[in-house]
Design a protein around this ligand. Structure first.
Ligand SMILES: Cc1cc2nc3c(=O)[nH]c(=O)nc-3n(C[C@H](O)[C@H](O)[C@H](O)COP(=O)(O)OP(=O)(O)OC[C@H]3O[C@@H](n4cnc5c(N)ncnc54)[C@H](O)[C@@H]3O)c2cc1C
Length: 299
């Protein structure tokens, strides 16, 4: 991992920096590149624009590691209301939520019930729910959560990270469920004990796990902006049998070109006030992005 990426990922955990940043107007200007606005209405408006050009969307409310179950209850209720808005506006939009935002570490039973309630309501309104994957120490609990929701008869998608050594085994263990998996490279600061330190190994693992999913009866979604990887998947498998998901504001012209070429594309749109850790992870993915922040400081 590069030094710049490691420093940025460590900074993403600082509450003090988050406080400082949220108050500054330059930071709000810079973050606009990656999210249309802090409120759900801005995200829904952006989703409606994507729908006009045949691109589906996922919405996620930013926030992680909340402090009590009441907050988790509030997050669940906000997502339930969001699903109603998605139905009212007839949008081809799914939702994606972090387990720690729905209380996984505080009350696993509440978290499980919250995802089940969301999955049920999503099915009623023609939408779908995704479970994001967070740091490596949450993987066991997140897999257990996924299995429990499945056992309760509800369908949700699960993100899995190619930078973790363990992921091929984890994929094997859930393939019998015919799961819907979003394969990502992984966005957190992980040690060499659990994750590949070299990006080239993460990229190689990404394609290998992609094959595992494509050939193992899963419903794969490739959550990546890596056009070389996408090209390779298309060369091997054509345009059907998988989707490509990207983040709002990244490789926007590729998003449209891929959709026009017949591949199913969705864009993940974030909203919410607690954008600091998430935003700094986006900077860490491409430290050159830091220049956008610097330029914004000078207006
Ligand atoms: C839909 C979606 C959902 C995700 N969900 C999760 C999750 O649940 N858990 C998790 O750990 N991670 C998640 N991620 C983040 C993911 O793990 C990677 O950190 C991120 O996607 C960057 O990796 P990449 O595959 O795009 O490849 P890279 O090799 O990092 O990038 C490929 C190309 O895209 C460009 N690019 C990538 N990121 C940026 C950026 N921020 N700004 C500008 N250009 C960029 C690069 O410059 C490069 O040209 C998600 C990503 C997506 C797209």
């Amino acid at each position: 991992m590069s030094i710049a990426r490691a420093i940025l990922l460590r900074a993403s955990r600082s509450k003090w920096l988050a406080e400082q940043f949220r108050k500054r107007s330059f930071a709000k200007r810079a973050v606009k590149r990656f999210m249309p606005g802090e409120d759900a209405g801005s995200a829904l408006d952006a989703a409606a624009e994507f729908a006009k050009v045949g691109i589906g969307t996922l919405l996620t409310e930013l926030g992680e590691q909340i402090e009590n179950v009441d907050e988790a209850r509030q997050v669940r209720d906000e997502y339930l209301a969001l699903l109603d808005d998605i139905r009212a506006r007839k949008l081809p939009t799914h939702i994606s939520a972090k387990p720690t935002h729905l209380g996984m570490t505080l009350d696993p039973a509440f978290c499980r019930q919250a995802y089940i309630a969301l999955a049920k309501h999503a099915a009623e309104v023609g939408s779908f729910v995704w479970i994001d994957m967070e740091e490596s120490w949450y993987v066991d609990d997140t897999l257990a959560l996924f299995r429990d929701i499945h056992a309760a008869g509800q369908k949700v998608g699960l993100a899995m990270q190619s930078y973790l050594y363990r992921t091929p085994k984890d994929v094997d263990s859930i393939l019998p469920l015919k799961p819907t998996i979003r394969l990502v490279k992984g966005a957190y600061n992980e040690s060499a004990e659990v994750a590949y330190p070299k990006k080239s190994d993460t990229d190689r693992a990404y394609l290998e796990i992609g094959e595992q999913l494509l050939n193992g009866g899963a419903h794969p979604v490739f959550g990546t902006h890596d056009t070389a990887i996408i090209e390779e998947i298309r060369r091997r498998h054509g345009t059907d049998g998988y989707e490509i998901h990207m983040l709002y504001g990244i490789k926007s012209s590729e998003q449209r070109a891929l959709a026009a070429s017949g591949i199913k594309v969705k864009v993940l749109i974030s909203y919410g006030e607690h954008w600091f850790p998430w935003y700094v992870r986006r900077l860490a993915e491409r430290p050159a992005n830091v220049w956008f922040v610097v330029k914004n400081v000078w207006g």
